[in-house]
Design a protein around this ligand. Structure first.
Ligand SMILES: [Fe+2]
Length: 386
């Protein structure tokens, strides 16, 4: 009877595990998924602790991406050299290791225990392998209830590790593609800005200001990534505006001005034809609506107040500020302080008050020396959340 109960318990645990794997398709926050998988594995196999090690993209180090156990937070900060310890050996050979008495093992690198304070007695370490390539290793420490891990534990761990390896492989491919996608967007923005020497760097600056505002307003990482892309691409429609109109320093005729205004519609149209569509929803809205103004005097749709998409309101403020403070052939541009005063003057009339307040607070914090603010608030956050 007890055996049947045990079996029922194991089946339930395996079902939980399967549930964790299902998340892989819908959740790209891979660290969280790994943590969940590791927790289930530790419970199913009955270990005191476990660590999931992944080979870094530079292939020189192995890093703990998930850890479970009494000293897990200390372990997460540890990096191993490529061939260090039993993890290094398993990654190099691609063969699982079962060790009954860790302290007596020649390959044991005890510095992980020394740094974390954990005492390892027995362990199994299995490789995370996809198509013959070892991407990392899964390590389970100190078998509960009995002294040692068994061969069956290895078999089960290997089966589960192959699922984790696939998830890791997919996530790494996703990251690589995303980075390519992002570099393409940045290149596109640079090409666009290069058409007019007076707008050089405009898209990058607007994206940077927008990110600062987002951070100040407490926007979550994923949303800021979307905002950054949208801001980089906000003026992409200018590709469709003839050079002689785009570069005309001043004195635009009514028709020429109407032509320039078309860049919002052209931009949204260009982005609507790009793939993946789901990645560009905010960029499309922002390209179309970044010239809309709170009082309905903007273009192209004369949206008012909250009808204007949130990202477009943020980019609208960043864009207006950069336009005011950048030198043109016909003017040297306002100082950052005057730019801030102008935003405040139009607060709640043209621009969202919360956004203006957040941006002006940033400008005041750095005493209008934008480079100074930049040093402590670079774009590193953005890349960290990819
Ligand atoms: Fe624009």
């Amino acid at each position: 009877m007890t055996q049947i109960k045990d079996l029922e318990y194991k089946v339930q645990e395996l079902l939980n595990l399967l549930e964790a794997f299902k998340q892989l398709n819908s959740n790209i926050e891979i660290d969280e998924v790994f943590q969940n998988i590791l927790l289930q594995m530790v419970q199913v196999i009955g270990a005191e602790a476990g660590t999931l090690w992944v080979v870094n993209s530079d292939k020189q180090n192995v890093e703990a991406v998930a850890a479970y156990g009494p000293t897990s937070s200390a372990i997460l900060n540890i990096k191993l050299a490529k061939k260090e310890g039993i993890v290094g050996k398993v990654i190099e050979t691609g063969q699982a290791e079962l060790i009954e008495n860790v302290a007596e093992h020649a390959d044991w690198a005890n510095r992980v225990d020394v740094s974390s304070g954990f005492v390892t007695k027995s362990m199994i370490t299995v490789p995370l392998k996809v198509k013959g390539t070892v991407l990392g290793a899964l390590q389970l420490l100190n078998k509960k209830t009995v002294a040692f891990f068994s061969e069956q534990d290895i078999t089960l761990a290997l089966a589960l590790a192959s699922q984790s390896a696939l998830a890791l492989h997919n996530s790494q491919m996703y990251d690589e593609l995303y980075r390519m996608f992002l570099s393409m967007i940045r290149t596109l923005a640079k090409v666009l800005d290069a058409r007019d020497p007076y707008t050089a760097g405009h898209s990058e600056r607007v994206a940077k200001y927008s990110l600062w505002i987002a951070k100040k307003l407490g926007m979550a990482g994923g949303a800021s990534d979307e905002l950054y892309k949208a801001a980089l691409l906000h003026d992409i429609g200018k590709i469709g505006i003839p050079d002689d109109i785009l570069r005309k320093p001043s004195g635009l005729t009514k028709i020429e001005y109407e032509t320039i205004k078309q860049h919002t519609i052209i931009g949204a149209d260009i982005l609507s034809n790009m793939e993946p569509k789901s990645a560009l929803v905010h960029a499309i809205q922002t390209a179309r609506s970044h010239h809309e103004r709170l009082d309905g005097t903007g273009y192209p749709d004369q949206l008012k107040g909250e009808e204007i998409p949130w990202f477009a309101r943020i980019v609208g403020v960043a864009d207006a500020f950069d336009a005011m403070t950048t030198a043109r052939s016909y003017s040297k541009g306002m100082s950052f302080k005057d730019g801030a005063a102008e935003l405040l003057r139009c607060r709640n009339i043209l621009f969202d008050a919360n956004i203006v307040d957040a941006f002006v607070a940033i400008l005041e914090e750095c005493s209008y020396q934008v480079d100074k603010y930049e040093a402590g608030n670079g774009e590193s956050n953005f890349y960290g959340s990819v």
